[in-house]
Design a protein around this ligand. Sequence first.
Ligand code: C5P
Length: 228
Amino acid sequence: QHTLAIVPAAGIGARMGAGFPKQYLQLGDQTIIGQTLDRLLSHPGIDAVVIALHPDDVWFSKLPQSTHSKIRTVIGGKERADSVLAALDSLTESQDVWALVHDAARPCLHHDDIDRLLASRETFPQGAILAMPVRDTMKRAQANGEIEQTVCRDNLWHALTPQMFPAKALADNIRNATAAGAVVTDEASAMEWAGVHPGLVSGRADNIKVTHPDDLPLAELFIQAQSQ
Ligand code: C5P
């Protein structure tokens, strides 16, 4: 059995306002994406890492990780789902492949989380995602900014990454779901569209997505704490 990580990194990261993709911002002693890739490359259960890049990307080849023997690159697509699909379509493995799709912008991923996700294949043969139970009280808003109602948070989870599925099924379902016009914001939603119920594996709270500049000091703190 072959296990690959797929890292969609073809977004332009407009929300960070940095003038270049957010994953190339500095975090600790290297870039955000460098931290992310190191965590995937150093895990013994992951055989290769396929990274989807923007066609105009001029930064990736400057990273020390770019020449690692486990790294492969593909050109991403218009939406995140297109980038993941491009990576899946590039696979040449003949045996069954499991794909762990992980955001480039989640640099604090801990090996414990990867271990638990990989082990969940026994329980969830159709795939599973890392996730966190919602802790705060949830409100649905009206258009005018007032609260419409409180949403019951029982059984409500935050979807994190990695999200792990058999590569062939994931490719088929992303292709079909996007062709049908479904909103595919994560890999699980493409599987759900096809009637699959992916498993939820409790993830660590430090696996944050770096979306705004404000997130950087927090990510740095988590990375420091993990190395102690
Ligand atoms: O912009 P957002 O934070 O939702 O992007 C999530 C991830 O998907 C990022 O790592 C981004 O680079 C990636 N992405 C991609 N291809 C796109 C859009 C986003 O690989 N067309």
